[in-house]
Design a protein around this ligand. Sequence first.
Ligand SMILES: [Zn+2]
Ligand SMILES: [Zn+2]
Length: 174
Amino acid sequence: MAKCGVCGCTDYDCRQCVEKTGEPCWWFGPDLCSACAMECRGLTLWQPWAGFVAMKLKPVETRFWYTRYRGPVLICSAQKSDEDWVKVTSRPDVDDIQEPCCVLGHALCVANLVDCRAHEKRDEELSMVRFEGYAAGRFSWVFDKKSIKPVMAFPVRGRQRLFRVNESILRKAE
Ligand SMILES: [Zn+2]
Ligand SMILES: [Zn+2]
């Protein structure tokens, strides 16, 4: 039986979604209901960074732009990987880190964005990138680590910036 990894609704009990949206949800992902998914904004990250967010290792993302948005974000992986990630990571134990889910073009987790502020040296550990080279003009997008809920990866077509999550981002698996 499918169960939403975020709100816990099932095929048999979806009363809370009906209360929230006025209609029963459908399965947006294998374990993510449409009511939870469409409440999110989407954000695309290169792999393996997106996977590290889903693993709760990277609750801080850095961007050159600020957002006033606070709330749930559907973290998606881009169609492209960061080949140099080992060179820029702040984690000295990089070899010990479990290989993240590196699938491209998929939604991986839902995380609550709680802050957006200037990127600082103290963010080095949680952003997993060394401060040098990532400092100037960047913002730290801070996700509440406890709120990060991995979902079964499903194919999406991510968009630029913080995008609206709806049926249009769903993609057929190749
Ligand atoms: Zn749900
Ligand atoms: Zn539901």
